[in-house]
Design a protein around this ligand. Sequence first.
Ligand code: FAD
Length: 499
Amino acid sequence: MSELSRRQFLGSTVLGSAALITAAAPAAAAAAEDKKAGAAQKTNTWDVVVVGAGTAGLVCAITAHDLGARVCVIEKCDRPDGNSIYALGTVNAWGTKWQKACGITDSREAFYNDMMKVSAGRADPALTATYTDEIPAAADWLADEIGVKFGKLKMTPWPRLGRGHRVTAEPGMTGGSALIAKLLEAAKKRAIPFFYERKAVALLTGSKGEVTGVKTLNDEEGYRDFYARGGVLIATGGFSANPEMTDRYIGGWAARLALRGSRSTTGENVSLTLPLFAKMVNMDQFHAGPIVSETHVNPADVLNTMQGILVDLRGKRYMDEQNTYVIKAKTTAMNTIENKAYCIVDSKCPVLEKTIAKFDRLHNPYGKADSIEALCKQTGLPLEAVRQSIAAYNKAVDEKTLSQLTPPNSYKKPVKLDTPPYYAVPFEGGMTATFGGPLINTKAEVQTLERKSIKGLYAAGNAAGGLFFRDYIGGSQLGGATVFGRIAAREMVARARKA
Ligand SMILES: Cc1cc2nc3c(=O)[nH]c(=O)nc-3n(C[C@H](O)[C@H](O)[C@H](O)COP(=O)(O)OP(=O)(O)OC[C@H]3O[C@@H](n4cnc5c(N)ncnc54)[C@H](O)[C@@H]3O)c2cc1C
């Protein structure tokens, strides 16, 4: 499928009514204008050079500009095309005016502890503390300076607290697209030059190993070096869309995960910084979720109900269904040959209406029938194997022997599959975003293997390593991109002033 038709397809299906197109249209127009503005720039020495026009990059560029710096943004696509535009748009924050308005009691300690807990204590404590301390002001800044509107607070799946500040978007548009549109608008108001369709291909260094700029490549115009007095920010996102890297750092099965987000996050956070001996951390860590790759429909709600059984294309159960959708997505990619499975539930499943409506809207096939036989006919699943899987499960529920199944099931409140209609909801394991990359310190400075800062080199957002391990509390990635994008700006501007 060509890139254009992929976008059209995504726009009309994935995110509802033309979300990407809605997001991309102003971005594309801005891209053309900014390209002209960028081309008109005579000098190529800046205070701050930002690589990547996602949340982290745009936040950094705007902050640096407002602190009086000359800043430019280099983006390899013709618009911001990273994971930010796919994001739901939740920002995980505490102590904000929105929390206070809802009468939610929260504390720094609770927030920090939850962030550490979700990472099983493996997140960098100093980075987590910095996130915790800076996020209230960062959320205010998004609203007051950038004009981002946050809707009613959402409960994060865990902990069940109102910390999810969801960016308000027009119908059919993701909150992430709305956030990027607002950031682009703010950048445009400030006349920040953008160099689109220019890919950062190498970092430039001085005689003492400090980063002095970045070498870029445009297909038509060729190479061009950009110099930075204060520093270069790597805000290129992670490596989720680079199968060689996901294979190398996570495993071959991870390279078979469907992409839930961007195709542009191809690991330049690693390839640009590794030659400078940056310390890579948490390279095998990433967030996953269920998805159907053709339509991008997301059946996470059904997988989170802790009802039904998961079967592979041979009709066999392959994992303990008492797991989060993240683990279900990862295990499906790891344990099924095709990375494809069905969640079989019956009419007692509480969220069916919501999920099936999404499948219907996107014309995504699924099974719904009054008998298992008819369900298998619709989906192509092998009848005998599915019958056996369901019978074994139902018997084990009756006899309270779920732990003796192969594989065992550990549902706390098991429900039998016995009330038609039955549903077979298809899904694949999908990759959301990688967590690994060059370790940063609390100033967003990239660290060497010896844990020294590489002068002039900064990273933020999915490009940076250290903040996330195992899983993340919904909204912490956009939150992290905002917090560390702002910090990097302050640090680079201060460094430029001293130069
Ligand atoms: C389906 C989905 C839903 C999500 N929902 C949420 C959510 O609600 N809340 C949350 O916190 N997180 C969410 N996330 C995660 C979140 O989207 C990302 O963590 C975040 O957007 C990362 O932002 P970023 O600025 O680091 O990078 P990105 O937004 O990925 O931007 C990177 C940019 O860098 C550019 N680039 C890459 N390489 C180069 C190069 N060599 N030269 C120049 N430019 C380059 C890319 O083209 C891209 O424009 C979600 C992710 C997905 C996939």
